[in-house]
Design a binder for this molecule. Sequence first.
Ligand code: EPU
Length: 445
Amino acid sequence: MDKLVIHGGLPLHGTVRASGAKNAALPILIATLLAPGEHVLDNVPELADVSLTLSLLGRIGCPSLVPDDGGSRVRLDTWRIAFSEAPYDVVRKMRASVLALGPLLARQGQARVSLPGGCAIGVRPVDQHLKGLEALGCRFELSGGYVNGRVDHLRGGEVRFDMPTVTGTENVMMAAVLADGVSVLHNAAREPEVVDLARFLRAMGARIEGEGTDTITVDGVPALRPTRTPYSIMPDRIEAGTYLVAGAITGGAVTVERAPVHALAPVLDALRAAGCEVSADGVGPDGAGRIHLRREGPLAPVSIETQPHPGFPTDMQAQWMALMSLAEGDSVIRETIFENRFMHAAELMRMGARIEPDRDRAVVRGVRRLEGATVMATDLRASASLVLAGLAAHGSTEMLRLYHLDRGYERLEAKLAALGARVRRVPDDVRVVRVVEPDEDRAAG
Ligand code: EPU
């Protein structure tokens, strides 16, 4: 297994380009199941989770063609569905596989999807997905760790989610596009990735309104067709935000190109409050543009509370904690989305951070410097926060369990190197007896 070695303490300077968004690419790839035919998608990031999604589609009977030159265009053939199943060995590695439920039920009238169970960042049930699909006429039974779903007549229905759920909203929206009649999704997730999925579905002929608000209306159509022109996945706001924090934490100047400027507003506001100069230009009609960040003065402490979009994203909370551990003063970080998402705190403390986690709150008492250490990644965004801390720390940091990062950050070392960071991926050749922990390969993304 590889590890990442970071020699910290260098201010980062330069420009990187945001890749396609993981959390938009996964549902959009799966949504191709709704329209039999050949699909072409652009700006698909090269990530472990994307490969897993393509292998899931392959298992269902839909082969894909991925360029071997590092390009981002993916071709998929969804003419034939051979198996309506997302098996345990895929779902346990990637929770997002549960997104196959809605499209399979809509196209095949049946689906068998392994229950994802818990993961490193919490229990994360799928009751809202099932409740929403039931409102459209689907029936479920649970057996042997699987959800077995059937529907004879998929019909429009009224769904009121108990909380805004991103993949829950996506799953129900994907089924509703082929239902007979109108569906209304209340308390829907407003995340930009939900909006990107709605746009893709519309490009295939779906009738959807209200995406980006908490009420989405879907008027079902009898059939969808693949888009005529390649659909380009939106850029990744969390990846872009992570590089901006890299500039901030090292006291450098970073530009992120093709960044989703509006989708990042809460993070940009927090960075400004922390004393960074932040500006954007070249914003196109798709909302993507260049974001410039520079920090010269001290870092001011800024408390944040994670909230569904348009609040501060939970997927930036760990990175924010790394940044605040070097602020001049105390801040409070409150995590309201997931109940177990402070596991990076203990690793940051091993690097000299002073953090007092208590249930859903953590008080971060800024320190003057962090020291490099060997640290262990526990989930994707926790890994990102440790990389950021390593970039700012004195000495070198070794981060183990690099595979978490490969799930969500495309060519991370190359992009950091382009900003002047000294970071290397090396095989972890230390011979250890490997203790398999229960959560180790549970997927968090
Ligand atoms: N929830 C339920 N029941 C449900 C669904 C959700 O109780 O049926 C709860 C969850 O336990 C959580 C809250 O609702 O407390 C919100 O979870 P949500 O369903 O929105 O999360 P998700 O759809 O499983 C997506 C992203 C996550 C991101 C969250 C929140 C994808 C593939 N994953 O997960 O991304 O943190 O939304 O924005 O879109 C990551 O990229 O690192 C990652 C974890």
